[in-house]
Design a protein around this ligand. Structure first.
Ligand code: BGC
Length: 409
């Protein structure tokens, strides 16, 4: 059993109806500690807001800071819904920032960042991961999308949900503190059909969970596959590689890819392969094995088919857990999604410098993106990602933070 923090309590797992909730502490934020600080954490739950910067067109971008009753602190901007920092305690109670990112808006807007394109901490839409050839057909029509990743479409295109300004509404409820983010994607935006009304709720609970609730409606049939693209390093961002982290994924199968990272359509058993994470295994243990799939991904960059999840489930199930031996930090991810993309940070190349002033080197962060399978609009046998008018897209993912002395399973 994971050790828990003093005032942890059950959170109940219900969807938040947050819009009208009281907002405490909303006002001008104090300049808060840099990522270098290892503080004892705040103790007062709340939300505050400050200015993060300005977009080239003059629109103001804000940053919201949430703290829970146990001192976990998270900073989020309404630009791309990006999680800027997330400070959690280690086994000795020392707090550190466990997500990759930057301290300034300029860094996220820079050409250097756009070229490297790691999508640090951002909301991804309309479609998480790749669509082959940037094309799909729906109801007899062919739609053409940007090919922004070689010959394929990736993470929603040139101006995906990671690069738009969301309308933000902070709240505090019995369960925790958070932010409702809303964005209307117009019919035809990035080539997708239908006007998509999107709402994403971030909640930091007093049970040390970060909950992401996604919701969307459309006026024309359209593919939707939203996800969150945080890169974690549970030893602390900028503190080396993630290869010693122990990972468990509750998946008996994965979707193998071609050399452009498009699924071949096969659902392949993980048994006897370096993709078997059904028991906690160090990420680095088999990553250099001679394996065609690892060669294509330059490491792990694959969608895992979650054993206990079905495409239509509305109850989150445990998908993955990651434990870091030095700090004892444990991250558990539960989701309503049928898949999870495990990306071992293979394209990080040391050319971006993070909050602590350290270059983000190869495999210095990992992402676990809950999702429907890549390229589903072109794969009839995969769970459908098509949202019809009159339906509501709903998806929930919970990231739970605790500490533990041993890897567990
Ligand atoms: C993809 C990677 C990509 C990364 C950053 C991941 O979701 O699977 O191939 O490099 O995002 O764009």
């Amino acid at each position: 059993m994971p050790l828990t923090y003093a005032s942890m309590r059950s959170s109940g797992g219900r969807l938040l109806q947050s819009a009208g909730a009281a907002i405490l502490m909303l006002g001008v934020a104090q300049a808060h500690g840099s990522a270098e600080d290892i503080s004892d954490g705040a103790t007062e739950r709340g939300v505050d807001k400050s200015v993060f910067g300005q977009l080239p067109d003059g629109r103001q971008v804000d940053v919201y800071r949430f703290t829970n009753a146990n001192g976990i602190e998270m900073r989020v901007t309404n630009y791309g819904g990006i999680i800027l920092s997330l400070k959690t305690p280690d086994i000795e109670g020392k707090f550190d920032d466990v997500v990759l990112g930057f301290d300034s808006l300029e860094a996220y807007l820079s050409d250097e960042y756009r070229q490297a394109n790691p999508y640090f901490g951002a909301l991804i839409g309309r479609y998480g991961n790749r669509i082959a050839g940037g094309e799909f057909s729906l109801d007899g029509e062919t739609y053409t999308l940007a090919t922004n990743n070689g010959s394929n479409h990736l993470h929603g295109g040139e101006q995906g949900f990671d690069r738009v300004l969301w309308q933000a509404e902070p709240f505090e409820s019995e369960e925790g503190a958070g932010l409702v983010l809303r964005y209307t994607s117009e019919d035809g935006e990035e080539g997708y059909p239908g006007k998509l009304e999107t709402e994403v709720t971030y909640t930091l609970t007093d049970a040390n969970e970060f909950i992401v609730d996604y919701q969307a409606t459309t006026d024309k049939a359209t593919p939707v596959n939203l996800t969150q693209h945080s890169y974690f390093n549970l030893a602390g961002e900028g503190r080396g590689s993630i290869l010693d982290h122990h990972l468990t994924i509750h998946a008996d199968a994965f979707t193998p890819v071609d050399e452009t990272l498009i699924p071949t359509g096969e659902i392949r058993s993980v048994e006897g392969t370096p993709f078997d994470f059904t028991q906690a295994t160090a990420i680095g243990e088999r990553i250099e094995q001679d394996n065609e799939q690892l060669t294509f991904g330059k490491g792990y960059d694959h969608n895992f088919v979650l054993a206990e999840q079905t495409a239509s489930s509305s109850e989150p199930v445990l998908a993955a857990r990651v434990w870091e031996p030095e700090s004892g930090r444990l991250l558990e991810i539960t989701t309503t999604e049928p898949g999870i993309q495990f990306y071992s940070g293979n394209f990080l190349a040391g050319d971006l410098t993070g909050k602590r002033g350290q270059a983000y080197e190869h495999r210095s962060g990992f992402a676990l993106e809950t999702q429907h399978y890549p390229d589903s609009p072109n794969q009839a046998d995969f769970p459908s990602t098509i949202l019809e008018p009159g339906e509501t897209y709903r998806s929930r993912t919970i990231y739970r933070f605790s500490v533990q002395e041993t890897a567990g399973s």
